[in-house]
Write a protein that binds this ligand. Structure first.
Ligand code: OOG
Ligand code: MG
Length: 262
């Protein structure tokens, strides 16, 4: 850790205010170039504590920057991990208010709910597959608090990996009925196909992203509890949206997840 307690708390407040008031800020590494990975996750943890302190429930965990398309788009090379809160959940088919957001983008994500705890180090795809209760399709709406959506890894980790809203589809499937690597995903905006990929785009296998999350938490003495909802990360690059846009994502074997931006 390079930053003192007061600075960490002040940065958490600064970034959370930017989220809640929907205004952008400069990258925190511009002012704190020596901050390290532990500082970045400590700021994210403080944002989580602020939300939980106000009565918001943490309802899921997210893996981000897990596909090559996303890493290339953002110019980074390592996955990051964050959380989602109850108020970020939007119903399938609902209207999402862009007035509450800065510069939203949508991501198609293969999501799971677990039935057993997962603990690193040494967590692997097989252990994750055994712990998955069911697979469910989702769309994440990310909204970096950083100007022009430009950041480095430490800044985006502190900013809770741009978490903003998410929508879960209605059709869950058992994991042994699916091939998560060849599971096709087609992302449509206003009726036009704008991106497509298969599950293998996510670290070769979406379960590998969850193993990486378990190993990341394990290094910090934590685990993924049974019953966790986990988003494995965008399979394609993220697509910018604005008021008036409608998005539909077709997931092979898992149905469609749609929403409108108003
Ligand atoms: C960081 C969050 C990335 C994903 O699924 O890759 C993410 C960002 O690109 O703003 O959630
Ligand atoms: Mg995401």
């Amino acid at each position: 850790m390079k930053l003192d307690k007061n600075t960490l708390a002040q940065l958490a407040e600064h970034l959370e205010n930017a989220e809640l008031k929907a205004h952008d800020v400069t990258k925190i590494t511009d002012d704190h170039p020596d901050m390290d990975w532990d500082d970045a996750y400590a700021i994210q943890d403080l944002i989580r504590a602020r939300k939980e302190g106000r009565g918001h429930k943490t309802v899921g965990l997210k893996c981000g920057l897990t596909s090559y398309a996303k890493m290339k788009q953002m110019g980074v090379d390592t996955p990051v991990f964050g959380f989602v809160s109850d108020y970020m959940a939007c119903a399938e088919g609902s209207d999402i208010k862009t007035s509450e957001l800065i510069h939203p983008k949508v991501e198609a994500e293969i999501c799971v709910v677990t039935k057993a705890p997962l603990k690193g180090p040494g967590c692997h795809v097989g252990a994750v597959m055994a712990a998955i209760d069911f697979v469910i399709p989702g769309v994440e709406i990310i909204d970096s608090r950083y100007r022009d959506f430009k950041f480095d890894l430490k800044s985006v980790i502190a900013d809770n990996t741009s978490a903003s809203r998410f929508v879960i589809g209605g059709r869950a499937r058992r994991v042994d009925e699916l091939d998560l690597r060849t599971l096709g995903v087609v992302l449509e905006k206003n009726g036009q196909i704008v991106a497509m990929a298969a599950g293998a785009a996510v670290m070769g296998h979406p379960a590998a992203a969850i193993a990486a999350l378990a190993n990341h938490l394990g290094a910090r003495g934590q685990e993924i509890p049974a019953g966790s909802f986990i988003m494995t990360g965008g399979v394609t690059e993220a697509i910018a949206v604005q008021a008036g846009d409608s998005v539909n994502v077709r997931f092979q074997d898992l149905g469609t997840v749609g929403m409108r931006f108003v």
